[in-house]
Write a protein of this length. Structure first.
Lengths: 478, 485
């Protein structure tokens, strides 16, 4: 198994949550594709606690600094490896390879400073098994330290318009003399680099001139290239996972959100106090926290209520914090405990790009496909599914699907306008309206039976599109 | 940064047009210095008075050097102008060379690089020569001022290496691509790229030599028969690429050298204009037998025999202008009253000009003087003297108030206000009361004022806290009442 900062066992046959989940939850606006990919890969319990351990340690500035330095070293190694693959001549290839070896040593040095958690210790053990190579490589690199200086003693002589010769030179040339004189005048010369690429012909000529130097570099490459097959570049992506999420947590903290490490329990539940929808960080607006309470008695919950009351926000809050928890990250709540669900999925309204079968049929097909991947330990989020049909049919399809989910033993949160779903034995959540002004939304969600209205009339009145306002308009127009 | 105006370096600020207009400085200086450009520089410096005594002395010393050595200023002007011309010419040539070198063919690129490098080399050599001339000029005179001495020492910094640098410049400037012997050195980076290609030596083939093919070395050893490895270059691409870089590197150094010299010495050309105008002023005053004195730096204001600058410039001699005295030490200010056209405004102007000249490091047209450096000098003249529509008294008063308001906001302690007949465009008692309150406030803030006014109620309001001066016969102005001021 490759060394990893995220997985204690082989990642290859892991279950993955749907990629579209990240887009539906707007997480793609906050996190990179690689990090999201890791978030959507199911973990085991040991990995969860090992990751939480690393996240906890990242609260320490020294540890965080060490991780950042490791990230820089890994970036250097990746860049050196890419540059090697694009080298244009032997001179470049040899020196870039040398640079790559140096970058590799730097990564190993940084890793050595990080230890004390299962993932880090496993990684170090794997890296340290190359300790023998490290010492040897370090010595070999020292022997080539003088090569750059030696190669920089290459002089060019233009003996005739087409006859160029290379020779050794250590003379202070005209350029050095001029820079020395300028410094004597109190003027600091700005020395520009030209950054030219050597051609193969030049490389060969330099090889003939500085044969011994080239031999040392070739020997270095020959000796260590086959032995340094360890691909440490994947580590960088995994490291970025921690750094990105840590940065996201920091951003949420600065916005005033609570943060906590959730506790995992064997009881099937997901409870969180004062949970924040951190996906709203992209909007830079005030966020109202809400409680989350799913348990075996309230495994499938419906959320109804006023338009614009925060239902989808609540759904995103629940799902996104659940994903954070399931990848070992702290979540945005003051306190939380949850079961280790092994699959999360969501059904959001899709764009109007349906085949001849129509929206409802397409939706039903998507739901069927989604449920086929779910099991008892799944958490399913539905956002106004089946809203593309009449109330009666939509409500019936909703209830049928909810029954399927219940039989699976999975948990679910379903945002819906179908008030017919109340009184069917499911837990109902609803949005809270400001009692002094029915058009004002509080964005609070509570467990309650909905009152059967979506308060659409208030919104229509505000914009003079309610029945009375339309009648008055007609009167004025007549 | 070198400067003849500021001991720590600095740029000539924008002129204070209000001071310039109210004190009629441009009109006065037009007589002294017909050159508009020099006059503008002089006014810009004059209307931004120095506040530190050391800075005032810095300039006064430089002016003394110029006065003591009449040809020094002119000689320096010659060298500075040559430097300015060189800079401008180099800029034109550079633009032309870049316009010419648009070809991307590597052989053409090498030739155009050489052309540009040649230009830079010539410019650098000439710039070095001019710096040595500046040092020579300053060395010919007995300079005592710190400012000019500093310039001389800076020019002397170039002396030790100037010959060697000039030799390098000449060598490169005279190099022609058909004289193909050149050598350079490669610097290899850690990533295998050529970080730089630095010129080491140039050789020239001499056609007149008895043995054809003999090379005359100018630098380093003759490379022709040295061991080495031949680099195949059938199309000259290596030659063009690498030696373009080598020559470009030399060109950059030459350009930096020339620009370094221009940046340090060219601004002095502009600053010299101030002293040229100052010398013209001194010369003219002397020619008219108007006494000049360098005021002693003091805590008080005391001037004896002060002449108005504008009148001194316009009249043929000293006898046509009436000098006056002014003394005020610890009082809040001076109030000047008197008949119309009795010389009040002229007197106010003469004091303002004297203060500005003093704080510019210049002598003032007076017999003797002790002056205090002010943090700022402000003028506020009556709105009635501006072009307003007739009958718009309420508008004029408001205009005066509006102009005064920001001044009250930003007034600094130790500043001097010169106020000429303000607040007279309303009922006098109201104007007096309003002005009294303002002047009291200002004096509590540490500012001093000289007020020309017809608002005699102010005299009673201030009592002994101010000096009251009044005009008499023949434009003489004297202190009224109490003698201990």
């Amino acid at each position: 198994m490759k060394p990893s900062l995220l997985f204690l066992s082989d990642e290859a046959n892991r279950k993955h949550m749907p990629a579209g989940l990240a887009v539906d939850l707007n997480l793609d606006r906050l996190l990179t594709e690689d990090t999201l990919g890791y978030m959507l890969t199911v973990t085991d319990s040991d990995e969860l606690s090992a990751r939480q351990d690393i996240f906890r340690r990242m609260e320490d500035e020294a540890f965080l600094g060490a991780l950042n330095r490791l990230s820089e070293s890994l970036t250097g190694l990746i860049q050196a490896t890419e540059a090697c693959s694009k080298s244009g001549c032997e001179l470049e290839e040899l020196l870039l390879t040398r640079g790559r070896f140096k970058a590799y040593l730097s990564v190993c040095d940084q890793l050595e400073q990080l230890s004390g958690s299962p993932l880090l210790d496993a990684l170090n053990e794997r890296i340290c098994s190359l300790a023998g190579i490290r010492a040897e490589l370090s010595e070999a690199l020292k022997e080539t330290d003088g090569c750059i200086d030696e190669l920089s003693e290459t002089g060019l002589v233009l003996e005739s318009p087409t006859r160029l010769k290379l020779r050794r030179t250590e003379d202070e040339g005209m350029y050095e003399r001029m820079t020395r004189l300028m410094r004597g005048f109190g003027l600091e010369p700005k020395l520009r680099s030209h950054r030219l690429r050597a051609s193969s012909a030049l490389s060969e000529a330099m090889s003939a001139l500085s044969g011994e130097c080239f031999s040392r570099l070739r020997e270095l490459r020959r000796q260590f290239e086959p032995r340094l097959g360890l691909d440490l570049t994947v580590l960088r992506r995994e490291l970025e996972f921690y750094l990105e999420l840590h940065a996201l947590i920091g951003r949420g903290r600065r916005a005033g959100f609570s943060v906590c490490f959730p506790e995992f329990t064997d009881r099937k539940c997901f409870r969180a106090d004062d949970a924040y929808d951190f996906t709203l960080l992209v909007k830079d607006c005030a966020v109202v926290p809400n409680d989350i309470d799913f348990n075996e008695d309230s495994a499938v919950c419906f959320l109804t209520g006023a338009n614009g009351g925060g239902k989808t926000t609540y759904l995103r809050c629940t799902a996104a914090n659940l994903l954070l928890a399931l990848c070992g990250c702290p979540i945005f709540a003051s306190r939380a405990e949850l079961y280790k669900f092994d699959y999360v999925c969501a059904h959001f309204p899709a764009d109007e790009s349906f085949t001849s079968s129509g929206r409802l049929v397409e939706e039903a097909a998507r739901v069927d496909a989604m449920l086929a991947d779910c099991g008892a330990d799944s958490f399913i989020f539905m956002n106004e599914t089946y809203s593309g049909t009449d109330d009666i049919k939509g409500a019936q399809m909703t209830l049928d699907t909810a029954e399927r989910i219940k039989k699976l033993g999975a948990f679910s949160l379903w945002v819906t306008h179908f008030h017919e779903v109340s009184d069917r034995g499911y837990t109902m959540l609803t949005t809270v309206i400001d009692e002094s002004d029915s058009s004002m939304r509080t964005f609070r969600i509570v467990k309650k039976r909905g009152d059967g209205s979506s308060y659409a009339r208030d919104i229509l009145k505000k914009y003079r599109l309610d029945a009375a306002s339309l009648a008055e308009r007609e009167k004025n127009n007549a | 940064m070198l400067s003849m105006l500021f001991s720590g370096g600095g740029e000539i600020p924008h002129p204070d047009k209000k001071l310039e207009d109210d004190l009629l400085l441009d009109a006065a200086l037009a007589e002294l210095c017909p050159d508009i450009r020099k006059r503008q520089i002089f006014l810009a410096v004059l209307t931004n008075p120095l506040t530190e005594p050391d800075e005032i002395s810095f300039r006064a010393e430089i002016l003394r050097d110029f006065i003591a050595a009449p040809n020094l200023c002119e000689s320096l002007r010659g060298e500075f102008n040559a430097l300015l011309r060189l800079r401008d010419e180099a800029q034109r040539e550079r633009s032309r060379a870049y316009t010419v070198s648009r070809s991307t063919d590597s052989d053409a690129a090498l030739r155009s690089t050489l052309l540009i490098t040649n230009l830079y080399a010539q410019t650098a050599e000439k710039a070095l020569h001019l710096v040595s001339q500046i040092e020579l000029v300053l060395g010919m005179y007995n300079i005592r001022s710190a400012g000019l001495d500093r310039i001389r020492r800076r020019a002397a910094d170039f002396r030790p290496g100037a010959d060697e640098a000039a030799e390098i410049c000449r060598t490169v400037a005279n190099y022609h691509i058909d004289d193909y012997a050149a050598s350079a050195r490669l610097a290899i980076g850690e990533d295998g790229r050529i970080d730089s290609c630095r010129m080491t030596a140039l050789e020239r083939r001499i056609a007149s030599e008895a043995k054809p093919g003999k090379l005359r070395k100018l630098f380093a050893k003759a490379p022709a028969r040295e061991p080495g490895v031949v680099l195949s270059d059938p199309f000259g691409q290596h030659k063009n690429q690498l030696f373009s870089a080598a020559f470009a590197g030399m060109g950059e150094l030459f350009d930096q050298l020339a620009r370094g010299i221009f940046d340090e010495f060219c601004p002095l050309a502009r600053e010299l204009s101030f002293y040229e105008a100052a010398l013209a002023y001194v010369k003219l005053m002397k020619a008219k037998n108007i006494p000049l004195c360098t005021p002693a730096i003091s805590d008080t204001t005391e001037i004896h025999g002060l002449y108005d600058l504008l009148l001194a410039a316009q009249y043929p001699g000293a006898e046509g202008v009436v000098p006056n005295d002014i003394i005020f030490a610890s009082r809040a200010g001076i109030i000047i009253t008197g008949e119309n056209n009795s010389g009040k405004t002229v007197f106010l102007r003469s004091v303002g000009c004297a203060q500005l000249f003093f704080q510019a490091g210049l002598p003032i047209p007076a017999r003797e003087a002790k002056l205090r450096p002010r943090s700022a000098v402000y003028t506020r003249y009556a709105a009635a003297e501006k072009e307003f529509c007739a009958g718009n008294d309420a508008g004029r008063f408001e205009q005066e108030v509006r102009e005064l308001a920001p001044l009250i906001e930003s007034i600094k302690p130790d500043s001097l206000l010169l106020l000429n007949e303000i607040f007279q465009t309303t009922a006098y008692s109201e104007g007096a009361e309003g002005l009294y309150n303002i002047l009291r406030y200002l004096s509590r803030r540490g500012a001093s004022f000289i007020l020309v006014t017809h608002l005699r109620e102010l005299l009673g309001s201030f009592g002994g806290d101010i000096v009251h001066m009044t005009t008499g016969e023949g434009y003489h102005i004297s202190v009224c009442g109490r003698k201990d001021v």
